[in-house]
Write a protein that binds this ligand. Structure first.
Ligand code: PAF
Length: 305
């Protein structure tokens, strides 16, 4: 049978387009560093993976990071590890949602190839005593209110980078300060990883997606939407108020909702995260908030540019 050239080219284009999607359908779960390294070696992609570190309890925000990583990398590793060293409050660690089975189901549809879900002893065979110095970066906002939190984040992320050896790693902009800390850590340790910031994903109400939202009652979750609604309004009001007036307005507006209590509302520059005094300096400004909704602490931010 003679194959028409046009048909041959058509079949080849289809094969090239669809083959990677078929190859991507199987996802491997690994629990140890040895297993992880051997999967990476045999994939032929060691040193060039895209990486999405998570603490599980995955939601659409996480999936958007994974999908972006899948678009940009031949191999994607997602880690699921609730890192004890970044919790300054033991109760927060205890109640942090752990939902491995449903996380794996969600990840299967993204096309990511490797899920690394280690035990605590795998990541910390010995206590990690490293102390990072982030200068002023961790003296404000989350760093100020959650002492030791960013040191724990840097410990685990540096270990995970060492294990996965990614080329690119994806982080959500909801954790704005975490992103700045990780960029600083990568510089300090000369790690060959490109850090890719990804936009905040919001629920329909505007509430920023977070694993902690699962811990809210239905009533709390509805009321938590006041946080983002206030941030959106603040962006509109910034031409009418000074920086400190706007911070005060945000705090008062959120606190008017009886379900919510502001821990901080600060307008900072987007690089060193230092408090901004006036709209007239040239920095890009970010309004960051931490708010208790009942017992659950939520964070959110909005960039003014
Ligand atoms: O953002 C998170 O979920 C965590 O802080 C991270 C980066 C996975 C480190 O444990």
């Amino acid at each position: 049978m003679r194959l028409d050239l046009g048909l041959f080219v058509y079949l080849m284009i289809n094969f090239i387009y669809f083959a990677p999607q078929f190859l991507q359908t199987s996802m491997i779960l690994v629990r140890t560093v040895t297993e992880l390294k051997s999967v990476l070696q045999s994939s032929g992609q060691a040193g060039s993976a895209g990486f999405v570190p998570t603490m599980g309890a995955l939601h659409r925000g996480h999936l958007s990071l994974v999908e972006k990583a899948v678009d940009e990398n031949p191999l994607v590793v997602v880690s699921i590890f609730v890192n004890p060293t970044q919790f300054n409050d033991p109760k927060d660690l205890e109640r942090y949602p752990r939902t491995l089975e449903s996380d794996l189901k969600l990840l299967e549809s993204t096309g990511c190839q490797v899920v690394f879900a280690p035990d605590v002893t795998e990541i910390y065979p010995e206590p990690d005593t490293r102390k990072f110095d982030f200068g002023q970066l961790d003296k404000v906002m989350e760093g100020k209110h959650r002492p030791g939190h960013f040191n724990g984040v840097a410990q685990v992320v540096s270990k995970l980078f060492e294990m996965v050896q990614p080329q690119k790693a994806y982080f959500g902009l909801k954790d704005f300060q975490q992103l700045a800390i990780i960029k600083s850590m990568v510089k300090q340790l000369n790690l060959p990883v490109e850090i890719i910031p990804c936009p905040i994903v919001r629920e329909q109400s505007g509430l920023a997606m977070s694993s902690r939202n699962e811990l809210l009652s239905a009533e709390e979750r509805t009321n938590a939407a006041t946080i983002s609604q206030t941030l959106f309004k603040a962006k509109e009001l910034r031409t009418e108020k000074s920086v400190s007036e706007l911070e005060k307005w945000v705090t008062e507006t959120i606190n008017k909702n009886p379900f919510l209590k502001v821990e901080y509302a600060e307008i900072v520059d987007d690089t060193l995260l230092q408090p901004v005094k006036s709209w007239h300096d040239h920095s890009v400004k970010v309004l960051c908030v931490a708010v208790f909704c009942g017992k659950i602490r939520l964070i959110d931010n909005i960039v003014f540019n």
